[in-house]
Design a protein around this ligand. Structure first.
Ligand SMILES: [Zn+2]
Length: 123
């Protein structure tokens, strides 16, 4: 099974409580999919595949404002992604929480300043 440029879109957002958002790119997936496939955008940095602990550390259930597809070119993620592309999928507009320190250091090594997604507003 080759990786595609489309994330697995969770069916039905009603049970959204079970879904988790990637702390780095805000992609929303079912935790089992994060564990099975990692984050299609950030797996290189997050390394969640086959690690429930990493999924817990790198994703959160505290997110809101779900959008279906975003324009890949406008994302800040494109700055550190070699492909310069977000996969299509469901994304959270706001995500609470911080990426693990090792991931932050890795971004730092690449000369990229991490912007926590939960500081977009101050409530
Ligand atoms: Zn991600």
């Amino acid at each position: 099974m080759a990786a595609t440029q489309t994330a697995i879109i969770p069916s039905g957002t009603k049970g959204a409580k079970q879904l988790r958002a990637c702390l780095l790119c805000s992609l929303i997936q079912h935790p089992l999919d994060f564990r099975k496939f990692g984050c299609p955008n950030c797996e290189e940095l997050m390394q969640m595949k086959n690690s429930g602990d990493r999924v817990t550390a790198c994703t959160t259930t505290y997110f809101d404002g779900v959008i279906a597809v975003i324009d890949p070119e406008k994302s800040w993620v494109a700055k550190w992604q070699r492909t310069s592309k977000y996969v299509r999928g469901m994304y959270a507009i706001r995500v609470r929480g911080r990426i693990p320190e090792d991931v932050e250091h890795e971004l730092d090594n690449r000369g990229i300043r991490y912007r926590p997604r939960d500081q977009l507003d101050q409530d």
